[in-house]
Design a protein. Structure first.
Length: 327
């Protein structure tokens, strides 16, 4: 054997050993091979589904960072609906799944995704995208967060009201800020590590359900007039047509309120000050009309909500907070 053959042999041998070790040790790798999934990551999505029931039959789904397509296979199986996968890499064909090759941080890619979503929007946005890891923890974390933010911005543009967003995040010092930003846009948000994630991995999945398209946010202040009383005796006020329940108030009261909780179709507030009249700026500078993201699906939401609102005004039984929160 000459030297170059010897080097080749050693490298190949090393590869074989690594592959053998992986095959022997990696339960999900083996399972994916056996069950015909393109990646072991398929089982992460299956476990997320078991944990949080994120995909329903008929859902329209966009998967960002989708190659080689393990999540796409699972998403299609679970929903049976329209599914789009986007990746820098080419995704080999999956029956019934649309694919697009592009960078999720590029405007041109977002345009394509918006086209797919159409006016009605999509039910679920998934993102398992990962940057090429360098081994430099801080750098990898920062590049991961950049992808997470691109996916989040995309989700805000295309999700239907009450839609779901699931995104893989590499943990680090920017995690909390990202997590809080997601929490501000969805009713239920939690972080979850599926069993199929490698124990050595810093990845964690943020699962966000019930996308909020309400014009208001928790913690904001408004000056309002109490217009009606709900069945439970709480006062009802409106901010830009959005229903707010305000405890211990009466019809005709002018009050400064603080938003305590926001649900897709109504919110809860507490009165923090009694006023003699509504001030010039009843919104206290809150950017009600100036949200940077107007969801594509805003019209869809209006159409959906219209009949509900009429009933609510005539005969409203405010749901208890616990009923809505219990998941
Ligand atoms: C862990 S893999 C996804 C695996 C996939 N969920 C599956 O089950 O097969 C991460 C993917 O993110 C993609 N990716 C990374 N940066 C991207 C970007 N800026 N735009 C689109 N895809 C990106 C990579 O090309 C890679 O295919």
């Amino acid at each position: 054997m000459n030297l170059s053959n010897f080097i080749y042999y050693v490298i190949e041998d090393g590869r074989d050993e690594r592959d053998m070790a992986r095959n022997q040790k990696d339960y999900y790798y083996d399972l994916a091979q056996k069950e015909g999934y393109r990646s072991r990551a398929s089982y992460k999505l299956k476990q997320i589904q078991q944990q949080a029931n994120i995909i329903n039959r008929g859902d329209t789904i966009v998967d960002l960072g989708a190659a080689p397509g393990g999540w796409l296979q699972v998403a299609k199986e679970l929903s049976g609906g329209r599914v789009l996968g986007v990746d820098l890499q080419k995704i080999e064909e999956i029956p019934g799944v649309t694919t697009y090759r592009g960078d999720i941080t590029a405007d041109s890619t977002i345009e394509k995704i918006l086209e797919f979503a159409g006016k009605g929007g999509v039910d679920v946005v998934l993102c398992d995208a990962a940057p090429n890891l360098t081994g430099n923890w801080a750098l990898d974390h920062a590049r991961g967060i950049e992808l997470n933010r691109a996916a989040f911005e995309c989700a805000k543009k295309i999700l239907k009201p009450k839609g779901t967003f699931v995104v893989k995040v590499f943990q680090g010092d920017m995690f909390k800020e990202f997590f809080d930003d997601v929490k501000n846009e969805f009713v239920h948000v939690k972080a979850y590590t599926p069993q199929a994630s490698r124990s050595t991995s810093a990845e964690i999945y943020v699962i966000a359900k019930k996308f909020l398209t309400a014009p208001i946010r928790k913690g904001q202040h408004y000056a309002v007039e109490i217009k009606e009383l709900g069945a439970s005796g709480d006062g009802i006020a409106y901010v830009d047509d959005f229903v707010l329940f305000v405890k211990e108030t009466n019809v005709g009261d002018f009050v400064k309120i603080k938003i305590k909780d926001v649900k897709p179709n109504f919110g809860f507030a507490e009165a923090v000050e009694t006023l003699t009249e509504l001030p010039a700026d009843p919104k206290y500078g809150n950017p009600v009309q100036q949200r940077t993201q107007t969801p594509l699906s805003a019209d869809f939401e209006r159409e959906e909500r219209m009949p509900l609102r009429n009933t609510s005004r005539d005969n409203y039984r405010p749901p208890k907070q616990d009923e809505e929160d219990g998941e």
